[in-house]
Design a protein around this ligand. Structure first.
Ligand code: HEM
Length: 561
């Protein structure tokens, strides 16, 4: 499917308008009670506003200042808010707009904020390498405020002391190499459970005979695997409730993972009040209701566990750390005092769950879907695992360095099927000139994950799933999932780059390798191909992937799990 195809009614010619001060918004806010009346008033007063703007318009030629990147003509005061209100999903509108403009960088003014989407690796590198320190903040949005419980965590928090403190705690106490190897057995436990869960479905299939295989809901399996791994590492448990005897999720785990995905979907979703904060009480898109309810569910599962554990440590009922929650509680500052408040621990636990569940699951689901339609690739990946690991034991994290073809498949999934259309936004803390354009302080820079990964100037046959493109000299040299040159975005780079490269890579490869090693996979009976359509509203496979699985290892390997 063409990701960039979308119809727009953008007015030409394109030109730039100056940064509009927040005091104007505030003054207007007193007069307005809804967005629509705002629009009517603004249109009525447009000539006046234009006259006012003219006085403060930055004249690029006169001031010798670089121009803003090209973009649609903004309305006075509200900028291009009407366009994002009208053209949903907004990410498809933005990509369509950039295609029409034939540009790798654009400027869309939303309220008084300049939103700068980017689709070329050279420009992306200018932002995140050359000007990394300038573009190191994050936007404040309604949903990030909920998810970070008032900006107490790391990834969603603007540049500043809180971000520095939390990043330091994560680096030294939570996702250090020593900590990861300490928790290896927990990850292995959940990798084993994934195989057990699928095997049990094969045994319990209506076909009666295991040799006929069973149709597996792979989306459910991969999302529960990522949820299980992080629950196990964080809280030393797979199940909040009773769980299921076959290793599958209970109601609670499904609700937990679903709510986390709901929060993720809304973090940066172009709602009007993220650009014009006084609109927030109106909740025009209904997102605040959705996000607050999802966070209530997530907190409902986490809070009692965290409160109880803190109490156990305070009362001396616990003296040996078992998991990441203990590591958070035990983190001490230079005076030997606890580094984190209970609120900070809660916020950071949720954020790590959000950071962990989505990417590995989405990459594995898409890679399997693509490979089911290209069985020769699936065959090559399973041969590699057979050669490296054999069929007498299950693949382990220690095997990962030798699984270059499997890693190339996962890398290809990140390139072609990123979890989200844009990287987490980077906000500038000063004016800058990038790629010859003026980028005002406070701009939101959106590196397009699809724009980079599917860029025909960078990638040959960009819409084709071709893992071989990542193998430099056959299968010999090392492949990994990072892409610091930003030819696509996996973990990104720089000051705000992903902190979970090691854990994220291990989880992705193990998930993928266990699926391939443990089972032969085919399209379900009565289907000739997997439908690879992408969802219209996001980048997930439009329909959850289902595939026919048959065990391919000796039965004893499964029954001992
Ligand atoms: C395959 C899995 C993962 C992928 C593809 C991924 C990707 C990313 C990306 C693209 C960013 C934004 C970088 C930027 O703003 O330029 C990010 C940020 C971040 N990731 Fe990951 N991530 C993964 C797993 C994890 C895991 C497992 C953790 C931790 C346990 C983690 C922790 C973080 C943190 C803390 C940040 C924010 C850094 C900051 O703002 O300072 N990620 N990740």
């Amino acid at each position: 499917m063409d990701n960039f195809s979308t119809s727009t009614n953008i007015s030409f010619p394109f030109h730039q308008l100056p940064y509009w001060s927040s005091s104007h918004d505030f003054a207007i806010s007193i007069l307005l009670s809804s967005f629509h009346s705002a629009l009517v008033l603004v249109l009525l007063f447009a000539p006046l506003v234009f006259a006012k703007l003219k006085g403060s318009t930055r004249n690029d030629e006169e001031s010798n200042q670089a121009p803003l990147p090209p973009g649609p003509t903004p309305w006075p005061v509200i900028g291009n808010l009407p366009e994002i209100w009208k053209n949903k999903p907004v990410f498809r509108w933005i990509h369509g707009l950039m295609k029409q403009l034939d540009t790798d960088i654009a400027c869309i003014r939303l309220g008084n904020i300049h939103v700068i989407p980017v689709t070329s690796p050279e420009i992306a590198r200018e932002f995140l390498k050359k000007h990394d320190s300038v573009f190191a903040s994050r936007p404040i949005t309604m949903a990030t405020e909920y998810a970070s419980q008032g900006f107490l965590s790391t990834a969603l928090v603007p540049w500043g002391d809180q971000w520095k403190k939390m990043r330091k705690v994560l680096a030294s106490n939570i996702i250090s190499p020593a900590r990861l190897s300490w928790l290896l057995h927990k990850r292995t436990q959940e990798a084993d459970n994934l195989v057990r869960f699928i095997y049990n479905q094969c045994i319990n299939s209506e076909n009666d005979s295991i040799s006929n295989g069973s149709v597996i809901n792979l989306r459910l399996a991969v999302r529960q695997y990522t949820g299980n791994v992080i629950r196990r590492m964080m809280f030393n448990k797979r199940y909040f409730g009773k769980g299921k005897a076959d290793g599958g999720p209970g109601y609670e785990e499904e609700e937990h993972v679903e709510s986390l995905f709901t929060v993720l979907k809304h973090l940066y979703s172009f709602i009007l009040s993220d650009y014009v904060p006084w609109l927030r009480p109106l909740d025009l898109e209904g997102h605040e209701k959705i996000v607050s309810e999802a966070m209530k569910i997530v907190n409902g599962y986490h809070d009692s566990i965290i409160d109880e554990r803190v109490q156990q440590w305070r009362e001396g009922k616990k003296n040996e750390p078992d998991d990441l929650l203990d590591a958070f509680i035990l983190a001490k500052d230079s005076n030997g005092k606890p580094t984190l408040s209970v609120e900070e621990i809660k916020a950071q636990c949720t954020e790590l769950m959000l950071a962990t569940i989505d990417n590995p699951a989405n990459a594995a689901e898409w890679a399997m879907a693509e490979m089911l339609n290209k069985p020769e690739i699936l065959q090559k990946a399973s041969e590699e695992i057979d050669n490296v690991v054999g069929k007498d034991r299950l693949v382990q994290e220690a095997d990962i360095p030798k699984l270059n073809y499997v890693k190339a498949c996962a890398r290809e999934a990140f390139r072609l099927h990123p979890i989200a259309p844009f990287n987490i936004p980077h906000v500038s803390n000063a004016d800058a000139t990038v790629a010859g354009y003026f980028i005002p302080k406070g701009s939101h820079v959106l590196l397009s994950r699809t724009g980079l990964g599917r860029n025909p100037k960078i990638w040959d046959e960009p819409l084709e799933f071709k893992p071989e493109r990542h193998l430099k000299d056959g299968c010999g040299s090392k492949v990994d999932l990072t892409e610091t040159e930003l030819r696509f975005i996996s973990f990104s780079t720089g000051r705000r780059g992903c902190m979970g490269v090691a854990l994220g890579s291990e989880m992705t490869i193990m998930l993928f390798a266990r699926l391939i090693q443990g089972f032969t996979w085919n399209v379900p009976p009565n289907e000739s191909k997997i439908d690879l359509s992408e969802s219209e509203d996001d980048l997930f496979l439009a329909k959850p992937l289902h595939a026919l699985a048959k065990p391919r290892l000796p039965a004893a390997l499964y029954t001992q799990l």
